[in-house]
Design a protein around this ligand. Structure first.
Ligand SMILES: [Ca+2]
Length: 218
């Protein structure tokens, strides 16, 4: 029987303590992961929450390889079939990003759109088809905080043949100013990209790319 005598080797435990110092601001860091929708295939959109159970009347979201602002892909929100009577189409894609209460953030994105329908208040029966972008502010228990607990950035109802940049806009809250300030108690911003359709004949397509959410001044 062989006995292997192992030489006693003094191994100094290498503790790789990474001291995270508060580095000075160099450039703005985009807090969105997979902002250009380059990672994902079909209905599998990495790092984003895209749950078909929340979608209605055939509206859907997917990674699109035909259109892109950056890279090779974009996010497509679409209503492939016109609605049946009384239906409402809806599709939602979200991402939660960490924020600090009291700090301000820029939100921008690029989009293209075809088939959107502008609401006509004199003819509400004609319905609408829009791209809406929201920020919902959430506390550590994932509950809404703030008054109001959200910022409605966009309510886009007109088409764009070419890529259009949207940055720090406000819809319906003109007094709020921009950029977007995280309210007291907020630890998370939920970025919501959604398309809603009530127009009976509409079959819109909206492409989104390069979603950027960054702390102001970083
Ligand atoms: Ca892209």
């Amino acid at each position: 029987m062989k006995t292997h005598r192992l030489r006693s080797v003094s191994i100094s435990a290498a503790v790789c303590g990474l001291l995270l110092l508060s580095a000075g601001p160099l450039r703005a860091d985009n807090l969105i992961v997979n902002p250009g929708f380059e990672r994902g295939e079909g209905g599998s959109i990495e790092d984003w929450n895209a749950n078909p159970r929340n979608w209605k009347s055939g509206a859907k979201a997917s990674i699109d390889k035909a259109e892109h602002h950056s890279g090779d892909k974009s996010l497509l929100l679409e209503m492939p079939q016109p609605l049946k009577s009384g239906e409402r189409g809806f599709v939602l894609v979200t991402q939660d990003v960490p924020v600090e209460a009291g700090k301000s953030y820029n939100l921008r994105y690029w989009y293209k759109a075809q088939g959107l329908v502008k609401e006509d208040r004199a003819h509400k029966e004609r319905g609408y088809a829009n791209l809406a972008v929201w920020i919902f502010w959430l506390d550590k228990d994932h509950k809404s905080v703030g008054s109001p607990p959200h910022s409605w950035m966009s309510n886009i109802q007109t088409d764009a043949k070419d890529w259009v940049k949207v940055e720090n806009t406000r819809h319906a809250q003109p007094g709020d100013g921009t950029p977007f300030r995280a309210p007291e108690g907020a630890v998370m911003a939920q970025i919501k990209l959604q398309m809603a359709v009530t127009a009976p004949d509409a079959a819109p397509k909206v492409w989104l790319d390069d979603v950027e959410f960054e702390e102001v001044g970083k």
